[in-house]
Design a protein around this ligand. Structure first.
Ligand code: GDP
Ligand code: MG
Length: 597
């Protein structure tokens, strides 16, 4: 299609504000999909996405729109994920777009993710179409929502704000018209040297790695020699195509087009999201600016449950290709053998990866207790160690002080629920930096350790505020922290994979809670085994894990002496073996740590 008639856009919204519903309406009105074979929200096709009802990966669809001006337009819709953990994915999608629909739920108004995504869109210089959704609902407060949108930015004071119901379709035609009138056509010259942005990628077991590209300059044809700049790898473009939403082969992709390239490559490391694809014979001298790589916030060990280390390794490599915000490296645990230390954007991200391993690769993993990065300042030579695994904690006598990462957390909450939220933030060691309770919604700004905010905080916040509070976090560097490593010993041997880090003030309470849980989760042996939580060389908490059977020495009074001796001998053999073989750890044992409050 003539470049003049192409529009590349995304929808940005807070979770549940109706992005998927609007995307479906757009595909329906442009006859991209038939109403009759429309699955419930066609775009959320990854199994984990359906289960959680949120978008995790970005998707792309080409629609053809017959506009009122008599022209046909090509609308490339690039879907963006909708959870706080995934703003990295959002920025990838936005870099491939020229405009964005800013969608706001009229019953909820502007929320934290609306603001965060709006800022990302501005950073990418996108044209913004503000749209208020769910006007059909009785609880809709259209005027107030409109005011909040205008307050977001001076640019929006004069903007025309559309009012729609993505559900009933009311007003959606006007959105389709606004896309071609308010979002610019892609710039660039089809005769220039090829410059295509790899904004996503996917591993296909039959085709190898498929790169999702947006052409910024030039034209890409089939059967050409192309090159990925960052990794300097050659590819032959045997198949290129577009998303309808199914993949459909085409002969060429020109400036402004969004589509895919079957690279034929098998090694996921070679196709980097953010890389530039150009032609081998006339490579571009100015590759596109890549993305900043995403920073891991939460770390945990993944260990194969069923001896499938190699399978786990290759599955992680493929997932990274599809999700470059996942990081991993090999590690060896005494208790669990070889596995991986993985870095995630947050706990939800961790959970998604766990589920994708299971759903897409049939792999189950043991996940160790998560932790953040600690900066450990040693007494000797002022050396600083960054540690992402508690087992690497130096001996406590060698430590001068420790720093932990913190965030600035902006919480918005209706005024009457403010005190409940403040209590929660206080429990999580939040330090109130600023507050504004002049409007209907109070805005609280806290400095909170990442270790407090990364795990349960979001869910607890939702629960104490009955779903009304929103949370937006921003990196705020490191801060001195009084944290200690807890070592867990079972039967007097330390189990490395069970080590974790806590604030000293919580250590006594949490270790008590932990050993009581271990009493029920550690598989029992034929003899009682002590489980101890040790901090700085001292046992803070201890329980005996009861034996599997009655102890021969104290029971079986009716048994003959020889039988009793026999049993005792067997027990002592088992005891020696058990110490050598280590305790068998199940996910329940790790959950004992994970579920500590
Ligand atoms: P997303 O998380 O932004 O993709 O939101 P969804 O599209 O999944 O929508 C979240 C919920 O809001 C779903 O239950 C939708 O059916 C509902 N919804 C979306 N748009 C509208 C609307 O215009 N009116 C009403 N009443 N419900 C809507
Ligand atoms: Mg959705």
């Amino acid at each position: 299609m003539n470049q003049k008639y192409i529009r590349n856009f995304s929808i940005i919204a807070h979770i549940d504000h109706g992005k998927s519903t609007l995307a479906d309406r757009i595909m329906e009105l442009t006859h991209t999909i038939d109403k009759r074979d429309e699955k419930d929200q066609l775009l959320d096709d990854l199994k984990v996405e359906q289960e959680h009802g949120v978008t995790v990966k970005s998707r792309t669809v080409r629609n053809v729109y017959q506009a009122k001006d008599g022209h046909q337009y090509e609308y490339n819709f690039i879907d963006t994920p909708g959870h706080v953990d995934f703003s990295y994915e959002v920025s990838k999608s936005l870099a491939a777009s020229d405009g964005a629909i800013l969608l706001v739920d009229a019953t909820q108004g502007v929320q934290a993710q609306t603001v965060a995504n709006y800022r990302l869109a501005k950073k990418n210089h996108l044209a913004i179409i503000p749209v208020i959704n769910k006007v059909d609902m009785p609880a809709a407060n259209v005027e107030e929502t409109e005011e909040q949108i205008r307050e977001l930015d001076d640019d929006l004071i004069e903007a025309e704000i559309l009012k729609i119901s993505a559900k009933t379709g009311l007003g959606v035609e006007a959105v389709l018209e606004a896309i071609h009138t308010r979002i610019p056509a892609p710039k660039g010259d089809p005769k220039e040297t090829l410059k295509a942005l790899v904004f996503d990628s996917l591993y296909n077991p039959f085709l190898g790695i498929i790169a999702y590209v947006r052409i910024f300059e030039g034209t890409l044809k089939t059967d050409e020699q192309a090159i990925l700049v960052a990794e300097n790898v050659n590819i032959q473009t045997n198949e290129i195509g577009i998303f309808t939403p199914e993949m459909k082969q085409v002969d060429q992709l020109s400036v402004g087009d969004v589509g895919y390239v079957v690279t034929g490559l098998k090694d996921p490391q070679l196709v980097r999201v953010g890389d530039t694809l150009t032609l081998k014979d006339h490579p571009t001298k100015t590759p596109l600016q890549g993305y900043e790589s995403a920073k891991s916030v939460v770390f945990a060990g993944f260990y194969p449950k069923n001896n499938d280390y190699q399978e786990l390794k290759s599955a992680l490599a493929k997932l990274v290709l599809n999700d470059p915000s996942l990081h991993y490296r090999e590690e060896l645990s005494d208790a669990l053998g070889p596995g991986f230390r993985c870095g995630f954007l947050g706990m939800f991200h961790l959970q998604i990866i766990q589920e994708r391993l299971k759903n897409e690769y049939g792999l189950e993993v043991l996940t160790t207790a998560p932790n953040v990065t600690y900066r450990i300042h040693l007494k000797k030579d002022g050396e600083v160690k960054e540690i992402t695994n508690p087992t690497q904690f130096p001996y406590f006598n060698e430590i001068d002080y420790i720093e932990e990462p913190i965030v600035n957390a902006t919480i918005e909450v209706p005024n009457d629920l403010m005190s409940a939220v403040m209590k929660l933030a206080d429990q999580h060691k939040g330090e109130l930096m600023d507050m504004d309770s002049s409007a209907k919604n109070a805005e609280l700004i806290y400095q909170i350790p990442v270790s407090e905010v990364a795990y349960q905080f979001f869910n607890e916040l939702k629960s104490v505020s009955h779903g009304y509070a929103t949370l937006d976090t921003e990196d705020a560097g490191y801060q001195k922290a009084d944290v200690v490593k807890v070592e867990v010993d079972i039967n007097y041997s330390p189990i490395d994979a069970l080590s974790f880090v806590v604030h000293r003030s919580d250590a006594a309470r949490l270790t008590q809670e932990l050993v009581h849980k271990l009493k029920y989760t550690v598989p029992r042996a034929l003899y009682p085994m002590p489980a101890q939580a040790i901090v700085e060389g001292k046992a803070l908490a201890r329980v005996d894990i009861p034996p599997l059977r009655k102890n021969a020495a104290v029971s079986a009074t009716k048994k003959s002496i020889s039988k009793k001796q026999d049993l005792l001998r067997r027990q002592s053999v088992n005891k020696r073996q058990a110490v050598k073989n280590n305790v068998k750890l199940s996910q329940e044992v790790f959950n004992s740590i994970l579920e500590l409050k």
